[in-house]
Design a protein around this ligand. Structure first.
Ligand code: SDX
Length: 428
């Protein structure tokens, strides 16, 4: 006998089915609640609300587990390539050697971006934030590939749009970096792999051949994988909500970039570095800044700490912290910022305020230290998060479309003025 939930509302009792997931997560299916009782649920920030069933990513906040299509992040991050993980998220299974080779070859031959995209940068003032530039260029694709405007046209169109976005995103990100530096762009090189190509376009120069450093490639590959998906986070939910209106994938992903930009979400990786720099400039007194973070009257929060779901360690943070040590060691970099991050982490993890609220370092706490060591300016950090998250967003969008889910349209509880007659301006 499957479990049900009984709501006693007024003199009536309403019964709703309980759905159970693969890992025994349980949800009360209230899809008939308003129709039968006139009531809606109320859950600001959707902290207790499941928006969908999904087979893509599983997170256990209590146990610090993250799995993509059933594979633990610890294994994937150390054993797979980013395109292998993108394929897994999008198709549901790890590719065979032949499938991966075909996928890589197709991606390789879609990396070029129309030359007119360069003119976008002329319209931006110097110092424009890269996330705004990325949003603009992603939505511009819908003008260059109008067949994608109708997401129902064909499965082949949808697949090609996904391939185009995966292939062109590194080119766009590298273009943003080059224009920020005032340097000529470096075009994709079809002889290089996905991550190598991205690093060559970003750090290479038209004047000299880029020498691929396997340490950099491995670090970038791992960071992209660790950011690839995270179930119904703010930006993935945004991509789903926009996709549910049958908007095209370019528009949906551009909206995801917009949501990710926020400092409470993907924008945190940039804010963490700025915070660590501020603490260093301020003399490195980590306790002073922890006190600020705990002070309700102080808007300052410890960026890179806390998580809506993880009430245990974010498994990605553990992997990134270890990688940060390894990469800085391999590169012979002694970064005082890393030392401050570690001091801050240690102090926070022994502080009752953080312990009681189960606030641990999240994916953004250490990632910026690696990005900086690889040579990225801090304003590029969130764009790099978007580069990694792209396959996850598209897998979520694809799943929603495949299931023909209805347009997302939450209800509300109205608290405004009761009915009142309009008063013409000369009588007010
Ligand atoms: C990402 O959802 C995802 O999966 C996101 C992500 C992904 O991969 O997509 O994992 C990526 O966005 C990671 C999070 C990056 N953001 C930050 O690092 C910003 C700093 N963190 C916080 O703003 C906060 O922890 C959130 C936004 C991450 C989560 O906020 P919640 O779940 O809404 O929790 P809350 O704000 O209600 O906090 C609960 C309590 C509050 O204190 P009380 O009112 O109970 O006294 O914890 C406190 C908060 O004040 N708190 C913090 C804190 N985070 C929460 N206090 C100080 N510093 C912090 N960082």
């Amino acid at each position: 006998m499957s479990e049900t939930a009984k709501f006693i509302l007024g003199n009536e009792t309403y019964e709703f089915p309980v759905i159970v997931g693969t890992e025994n997560e349980k949800g009360i299916d209230i899809s008939t609640l308003r129709g039968s009782s006139g009531y809606v649920t109320y859950d600001v920030g959707y902290k207790n609300t499941g928006a969908t069933q999904s087979a893509i990513t599983y997170i256990s906040g209590e146990e610090g587990i993250l799995r993509y299509r059933g594979y633990n992040i610890e294994e994937i991050a150390n054993k797979a390539s980013f395109l292998e993980v993108a394929y897994l998220l999008l198709e549901g299974e790890l590719p065979s050697k032949e499938e991966l080779a075909k996928f890589e070859n197709e991606i390789t031959h879609h990396t070029l971006v129309n030359e007119k995209f360069k003119f976008v940068f002329d319209a931006f003032p110097n110092g424009a934030h890269p996330m705004g530039q990325l949003m603009t260029m992603l939505s511009m694709f819908s003008a260059y590939y109008p067949e994608a405007l109708n997401p129902h046209r064909s499965e082949e169109d949808r697949r090609l749009t996904i391939v185009r976005l995966l292939a062109k995103m590194p080119t766009l990100v590298a273009m943003i970096m080059k224009f920020k530096q005032g340097h000529p762009i470096v075009y994709p090189n079809n002889k290089l792999g996905y991550v190598e190509n991205f690093l060559a376009m970003t750090f290479g120069h038209v004047t000299e051949e880029y020498v691929v450093d396997p340490v950099f490639v491995s670090a970038m590959n791992k960071l992209l994988i660790l950011h690839a998906d995270h179930e119904q986070n703010c930006s993935a939910s945004t991509v789903r909500l926009v996709g549910s209106s049958h908007a095209n994938l370019y528009a949906s992903v551009s909206a995801g970039v917009a949501a990710l930009w926020g400092p409470l979400h993907g924008g945190a990786n940039q804010k963490v570095l700025e915070m660590l720099e501020a603490i260093k400039e301020d003399g490195g007194d980590t306790q002073k800044w922890l006190n600020k973070a705990k002070d309700k009257n102080d808007p300052f929060r410890l960026m890179g700490f806390g998580h809506r779901v993880y009430k245990n360690f974010d498994p990605r943070a553990k992997i990134i912290k270890k990688s940060a040590d390894e990469i800085l060691d391999k590169m012979g970099i002694d970064d005082p910022i890393l030392d401050i991050a570690k001091q801050l982490e240690q102090a926070a993890l022994s502080d009752p305020y953080f312990i009681e609220r189960k606030l641990f370092p999240n994916v953004d706490f250490y990632s910026g230290i690696i990005y900086r060591a690889l040579g990225f300016p801090v304003e590029m950090f969130t764009v790099l998060f978007a580069l990694g998250r792209l396959p996850g967003w598209m897998a979520q969008w694809k799943e929603l479309r495949a299931e023909g889910q209805p347009i997302g349209r939450p209800r509300q509880i109205y608290t405004g003025a009761a009915e009142r007659p309009f008063v013409e301006i000369d009588k007010r």
